[in-house]
Write a protein that binds this ligand. Structure first.
Ligand SMILES: NCC(=O)CCC(=O)O
Ligand SMILES: [Zn+2]
Ligand SMILES: [Zn+2]
Length: 369
């Protein structure tokens, strides 16, 4: 191709004098030293200008956010008529079973396709050392799964599986006398809870407890029960301990009564450990791997995408990330919608194909216009 035909194929924006001057610079350079090498070097330096239009900008991304990528977290209280806002988690409520359908109906109309359920037992005496309430057939999660299956047959229901909301000590398993987690007892209990959610009709069970071996234990019990072919097993594979879960613990009442979760959640710098946990969970039978939180862990999302090349990768944009965006927008730091999209683009760029987000209702609106 001749230089002049290359030039005639180049366009620049009329309104942008800088582009014009760059263009004429490259032309005068090329006219004195016109070799194919220098011209192609010159042309390939022109990255600007091809993407000022919003559509051309959107084409630069590998994947675009769609409504089907979003999972919305719901806090289901054992008080049937409850509807209580959570001060640290803007616009989010703890709802009893009688409030769920009227709340979800308009969201489903707007294109909501999936929810993840967290049970919140509030009745006095409902918590004990074994988290008995987690799989109470009359409890909020099992009742809500049944209700949603009947009322919204297309809705994809994910049940978070953990004990911390249901244990008197607030930890994610069964404890030994010294206060550390008893792995075998915890895995036995967690996998029983997962099976009961699966029997109730959940499409997906998502163990968030981080006990070693729970993915294998759940998969084996699903196979034994003859329902493994109906249930997606989503593992919170790389769940990092840190500051970003505070509002969730207010919402779910799952703050540990002593100690912290540092011996079973990953240290923020532990990239290698996260990679090992992801590889291990795939080996044990996970169908979806998750990274949590999302925005401070984009490298881990990217690792998950590489390690689980053929698997869906989920990212959980957790309560603290959501609350930070709200707080900063309120303080005038940025526009909330623009920031919510920017955060989401980063998460998708890193490799996520599914995002659990408290912004889901807003995105359903934003993606409709
Ligand atoms: N197991 C679920 C969580 O810990 C949720 C975290 C959050 O939204 O902060
Ligand atoms: Zn937990
Ligand atoms: Zn948790």
């Amino acid at each position: 191709m001749s230089f002049s035909s290359l030039v005639s194929n180049l366009t620049f924006r009329d309104s942008d004098p800088e582009d014009r001057s760059q263009f004429s610079r490259s032309r005068s350079f090329a006219s004195t030293a016109a070799t194919s090498v220098s011209i192609s070097g010159d042309i390939s330096s022109q990255l600007h200008g091809g993407y000022s239009h919003p559509l051309a900008r959107s084409w630069q991304a590998e994947r675009q956010l769609t409504k089907s990528m979003l999972i919305y977290p719901l806090f289901i209280s054992d008080q049937p008529d409850e509807e209580t806002s959570i001060p640290s988690l803007p616009n989010q409520y703890r709802r009893g079973i009688n409030k769920i359908i009227p709340f979800l109906e308009p969201l489903i109309q707007k294109g909501l396709q999936s929810v993840i359920l967290f049970g919140v037992p509030l009745a006095p005496g409902s918590k004990d050392a074994h988290g008995t309430a987690a799989d109470d057939p009359q409890g909020p999660v099992i009742q809500t799964i049944r209700l949603l299956r009947a009322r919204f047959p297309q809705l994809f229901i994910v049940a978070d599986v953990c004990l911390c909301e249901y244990t008197s000590h607030g930890h994610c398993g069964i404890l030994r006398e010294d206060g550390s987690l008893n792995n075998q007892l915890s895995v036995d209990r967690i996998s029983d809870v997962a099976i009961s959610y699966a029997y109730a009709g959940a499409h997906c069970v998502a163990p968030s407890d981080m006990n070693d071996g729970r993915i294998r234990a759940i998969k084996l019990k699903l196979i034994e029960a003859g329902i493994a072919h109906k249930i997606v097993l989503m593992s919170y594979s790389a769940k990092f301990s840190g500051c970003l879960y505070g509002p969730f613990r207010d919402a779910a009442g799952s703050c540990p009564s002593f100690g912290d979760r540092k011996c079973y959640q990953l240290p923020p710098g532990g990239r290698g450990l996260a990679r090992r946990a992801i590889a291990r969970d795939i080996q044990e039978g996970a169908d979806i791997i998750m990274v949590k939180p999302a925005s401070s862990y984009l490298d881990i999302i990217s690792d998950a995408k590489n390690i689980g090349k053929d698997m869906p990768v989920a990212a959980y944009q957790v309560s603290g990330e959501f609350a930070m965006i709200h707080a900063a927008a309120k303080a005038g730091v940025f526009d909330m919608k623009a920031m919510a999209f920017e955060a989401m683009e980063g998460i998708l760029r890193a490799g996520a194909t599914i995002v659990i987000s408290y912004f889901t209702p807003e995105f359903l609106d934003w993606l409709s216009h």
